[in-house]
Design a protein around this ligand. Structure first.
Ligand SMILES: [Zn+2]
Length: 261
């Protein structure tokens, strides 16, 4: 078990909870002697200052989406639990909160995100919610509502957990460039991902950036072809895949989930 996941289990045990909604995260943070403040911060969504037995979390008052606020709080709590002996503080922005999943140069941010994801969406409960459900955008919407998290956070948790019931491949793009990808542990195709290039032309991600089209509701899962994102050998027939794109206009940020029926 990773350090981040053991740290989450320890807090659940200490607080006597089994579900993230049993106790508001603000109360759990308060019980650690950490004060939560909201104020305008330049260039960060949240930050934490820590001592051995106390801390101060500041959330940028411009963050008004409650699920995002919860994610930042959980991320900062992760720094407190895992890193207070390493540094006195962390400042978090789009880069550390949304892109630090594959960044091996920033292991503390990867850990804080893993902590936050597990804290808000414990793997066991997520697996229960997904049990025998075929992957599609409704699973993500369901997880986001059930755990009061953003859909982006739900997608990342879905792909990170290593007991998924449906193989998926996640690609993150920003400003029309591919940034990073993450296959679920059981994904078996070789992707055409190339860092900092635009997404491939047949993909939904490409359409969204190129034409400014976003899909909602029924249209949210689009049919594509395997060859749009993955290597297809010469003697192999192309096959139907699906892509679900979640676009965050304020950051020009996009998460694509790709899967096969
Ligand atoms: Zn951080």
């Amino acid at each position: 078990m990773s350090k981040a996941i053991s740290a989450v289990k320890k807090i659940y045990y200490e607080c006597g909870i089994t579900d993230p909604l049993d106790l508001p995260i603000e109360i759990i943070i308060g019980s650690k002697n950490i004060l939560i403040k909201e104020e305008e911060i330049d260039g960060a969504d949240g930050r934490i200052l820590m001592k051995e037995d106390s801390g101060i979390i500041t959330i940028n008052s411009a963050v008004d989406f409650y699920p995002k606020k919860r994610f930042i709080l959980a991320h900062e709590l992760g720094h407190f639990e895992l890193h207070r002996h390493l540094k006195i503080g962390y400042s978090d922005n789009d880069e550390t909160l949304n892109h630090s999943y594959q960044n091996y140069f920033n292991p503390e941010e990867v850990e804080a995100n893993e902590f936050a994801a597990e804290f808000l969406m414990p793997t066991e409960l997520v697996s229960k919610e997904c049990y025998k459900r075929v992957f599609n955008h409704k699973v993500i919407e369901h997880l986001a509502t059930r755990f009061q998290v953003s859909k982006t956070a739900a997608i990342l948790k879905f792909v990170m957990k290593d007991n998924g019931n449906h193989p998926v491949f996640v690609v993150c793009c920003q400003d029309n460039k591919m940034k990073w990808f993450k296959p679920s542990y059981d994904w078996r195709y070789f992707s055409l991902f190339k860092k900092d290039l635009p997404p491939p032309s047949g993909s939904v991600a490409f359409e969204v950036f190129k034409k400014g089209i976003s899909y909602y509701g029924k249209e949210a899962s689009q049919q594509i072809w395997k060859s749009d994102w993955f290597e297809v050998k010469d003697d192999e027939p192309d096959s139907k895949f699906y892509e679900y794109c979640l676009f965050v206009p304020s950051l020009n940020y996009m998460i694509s989930v790709i899967w096969e029926d």
